[in-house]
Write a protein that binds this ligand. Structure first.
Ligand code: ADP
Ligand code: AMP
Length: 216
């Protein structure tokens, strides 16, 4: 039976960083909704064009569009054993849709680790984030610098600052999280799935706690 894990937490909590570290160890596909939108933007697809207007403001892309995109992604062969979801769901409607999709696939959400980081730390994390052009590998100018400045350790591609990591947009993204995504904490607590993890620890310690939580 496929296994699905939902990584919850505010923007900048470390969801992508952790997913890149543990997905392979867990034998799960890493699905980042933000990465899929950015790939579509780069390829100038209709989906990318639609998503762009929301992403540049730091608002959420409409539920129907996002849900359809994830439904298609979950049906691919690399998700046969399940997936680690990073950035989806972000609204209760998306969470309900996910439950229905997984029921169709013969699985369900096994665990929802919440990576907790206080709001004042998030701004510094996001404004110092550097992302790789080729595959979205994530670095931080101070907390997780690449070996060679401006170059991805993993694939040698250029590192850049995401448009939505500028200070003005970051503030809105955190507010959007509080308003639209934080209700999922109660949603998954009520279903007995939430496990809180201290996201202020060093990256490798967070990974240890995360692996312990999901392999319990
Ligand atoms: P999210 O996917 O939740 O938005 P990221 O994984 O992209 O967050 O992390 C946001 C930024 O914080 C990145 O620059 C990353 O290198 C850095 N970061 C992630 N985890 C930690 C940590 N435990 N301590 C310090 N910095 C971190
Ligand atoms: P992220 O890479 O997770 O920080 O997401 C970047 C942006 O993509 C968000 O600010 C949203 O505009 C959009 N996005 C990503 N995931 C979702 C989602 N599940 N629902 C709606 N919009 C999303």
């Amino acid at each position: 039976m496929p296994k699905y894990i939902v990584l919850l937490g505010p923007p900048g909590a470390g969801k992508g960083t952790q997913a890149q570290l543990v997905a392979e160890k867990l034998g799960l596909a890493h699905i980042s909704s933000g990465d899929i939108f950015r790939e579509n933007l780069k390829a100038q697809t209709a989906l990318g064009t639609l998503a762009q207007s929301y992403m540049t403001k730091g608002d959420l892309v409409p539920d129907d569009v996002t849900i359809a995109m994830i439904r298609e992604r979950l049906q691919r062969a690399d998700c046969a054993a399940g997936a680690l979801l990073d950035g989806f769901p972000r609204t209760p409607a998306q969470a309900d849709a996910l439950a229905a999709m997984l029921a169709d696939l013969g699985g369900d959400v096994k665990c929802v680790p919440l990576i907790s980081v206080p709001a004042e730390v998030l701004v510094e994390r996001l404004t110092g984030r550097m992302s790789c052009r080729a595959a979205g590998h994530v670095y931080h100018v101070m907390y997780n610098p690449p070996k060679v400045a401006g170059i991805c350790d993993e694939d040698g591609s250029e590192l850049y600052q995401r448009d939505d990591d500028k200070p003005e947009t970051v503030k809105n993204r955190i507010a959007v999280y509080e308003r639209q995504t934080a209700p999922l904490i109660a949603y998954y607590t009520a279903r007995g799935l939430l496990v809180e993890i201290d996201g202020t620890q060093p990256i490798d310690r967070v990974a240890e706690d995360l692996l312990a939580a999901v392999t319990r």
